[in-house]
Design a protein around this ligand. Structure first.
Ligand code: ATP
Ligand code: MN
Length: 487
């Protein structure tokens, strides 16, 4: 799309770079990446986040005062008025010949931490307030935005309604107890009952509340009225796992569908992630090409066996266009039991019996070594899965499914839900979930219950796959992890 440039209003750099309105005057604003002096002319590379490419601004000797030129340093913010010209240099087709430069914000070169060189991701995490100014994070955050749009587009086209589920809740959907308490009790002098315990009936909501771990239970209520819904909101988990795949605050997309069985659920999950991947390939080409190169460079410093089997772009293409492998948990256990790393005791957790929980090392073996494609495992043992999953005929498995991706492991967890009132109550009692606390949830099973299913896609885990970033902390602007809540 070509945008008409203006002499007085700011034009985004992406529109200048795509422009063919040579000799027109434009105003561009952005942050300086580099400045290069050469005989009688200064070259400035500037970026405003609209596109990964920088705009080259050419400043002829004498056209801008020495005082201003001195303030043109990496990191400073400038406004440039100049003429769009065909570039003489290689690397860009269009550049701007400066007529006037205004320095909007200086950046002391002695103190500005980002230098025009490659910084380590660890270092950039420490300056998460400035890392959006790098090529890598600019690309990641543009892709993140594109994926948000693709999520809403996918579900909207299918007639799903987006539902906002509460962030403050009194329930712990997973029953795992890894929640952050929300309170305004005076922590120095909490009200206590006769038993000495904190009396949460005196707290703000009259009961103990926490940040949501999942919008699923409320999503189910909505689906049992509106048929197809999805949520897209933050989830909070106080699991103390310092891994490259866990955040304490992450975003989850949770569709919930009345009248879907487990197979319909798997079909939707597969179609959904393929849609997102294809959308990225179509709409984020330049950013993906950059990240592809980045991943290749990163691999050069790795041992052969640690390198990616395919380039980032190849793996996106592959996932977007191949069927996922679907196997039951029982089949997965058989494969794992007889696998080389299990026999040679190279797994940290050896697989011995049916019933074992699958760890990320097992998931990745199945995906990366055995099937070499995304895998959906279904029908898990009931006692390693949540209370709301529908019990199968065999009585020992539930209609659960996990989608496993290369490099990451689980990115989706879902199930057909237990819609039968008595079975659900039995299960809650068995797993120690208070029926009284979830009366509202059980009501849907009492009044007009229906078969239904849903799943949760961890948005950042998915972004790890799309961007090729190894650490989940690098695909969210301001990561929250144990010990880290700065910025
Ligand atoms: P894991 O076993 O990897 O911790 P989980 O079984 O706890 O995952 P679910 O409760 O099924 O995950 O949540 C659904 C999805 O949410 C997961 O498939 C994953 O993509 C994402 N997810 C779960 N926990 C986290 C987390 N701490 N940080 C980021 N994403 C997460
Ligand atoms: Mn977890």
């Amino acid at each position: 799309m070509l945008v008409k440039v203006s002499k007085s209003k700011r034009t985004r750099i992406i529109d200048v770079l795509n422009s063919d309105q040579f000799e027109s005057t434009v105003v561009v604003k952005g942050w300086i990446r580099t400045k290069r002096d050469s005989k009688n002319v200064v070259f400035i590379a500037m970026n405003d986040g609209s596109v990964i490419r920088n705009l080259q601004v050419v400043v002829d000797a004498g056209s801008v005062s020495e005082e201003i030129l001195d303030k043109i340093t990496t990191g400073a913010c400038i406004s440039v008025t100049g003429k769009i010209t065909a570039s003489q240099g290689k690397g860009q087709a269009v550049e701007v010949l400066a007529q006037e430069i205004e320095v909007l914000g200086e950046a002391d070169p002695e103190k500005f931490p980002l230098q025009p060189k490659r910084h380590s991701l660890e270092f950039l995490r420490e300056i998460a307030h400035l890392r959006p100014r790098t090529n890598t994070f600019g690309a990641i955050f543009r892709i993140r935005h594109a994926m948000i749009i693709a999520v809403h587009q996918f579900f909207t086209e299918k007639g799903f309604l987006n539902v906002h589920t509460p962030i403050i809740t009194a329930s712990d959907a997973e029953g795992a107890g890894e929640t952050f308490v929300v309170t305004n009790i005076d922590l120095e002098k909490p009200p206590r009952g006769d038993d000495g315990q904190i009396d949460y009936s005196k707290d703000f909501f009259g009961k103990k509340t926490n940040l949501t771990v999942s919008g699923q239970l409320e999503g189910e209520l909505a689906a049992l009225a509106l048929s197809e819904i999805y949520t897209f909101g933050p989830s909070f988990r106080a699991e103390n796992s310092n891994t490259s795949r866990h955040l304490s605050e992450f975003w989850m997309i949770e569709p919930e569908m009345a009248f879907y069985d487990l197979e319909d659920n798997m079909d939707l999950a597969e179609e959904f992630v393929k849609h997102l991947v294809k959308y990225a390939m179509e709409h984020c080409r330049e950013d993906l090409a950059f990240l592809n190169k980045r991943a290749e460079d990163e691999d050069k410093n790795k041992k052969q066996e640690d390198r990616r089997p395919m380039s980032l772009l190849e793996s996106l293409e592959f996932v977007g266009n191949h069927d996922f492998k679907r196997i039951s948990y029982t089949e997965a256990i058989e494969i794992l039991k007889n696998s080389k790393p299990n026999k040679k005791k190279r797994f940290q957790f050896l697989i011995e019996d049916w019933g074992a929980d699958l760890q990320s090392e097992h998931e990745r073996y199945l995906v990366e070594k055995h099937f070499k494609k995304p895998v959906i495992i279904y029908n898990y043992p009931a006692n390693i899965k949540a209370f709301y999953m529908r019990v199968n005929e065999d009585g020992k498995t539930v209609a659960a499914m996990d989608v496993l991706f290369p490099g990451i492991g689980e990115i989706i967890g879902g199930s057909q839900r237990e819609e039968r009132y008595t079975r659900l109550v039995e299960k809650m009692e068995k797993t120690g979930i208070h029926v009284d606390d979830l009366q509202w949830y059980l009501d849907t099973r009492k009044f007009g219950t229906a078969p239904h299913s849903g799943f949760g896609l961890g948005f950042e885990r998915f972004l790890q796959f799309v961007t090729g970033m190894n650490n989940i902390r690098d695909v969210i602007p301001f990561p929250r992890t144990p010990g880290n809540a700065e910025f």
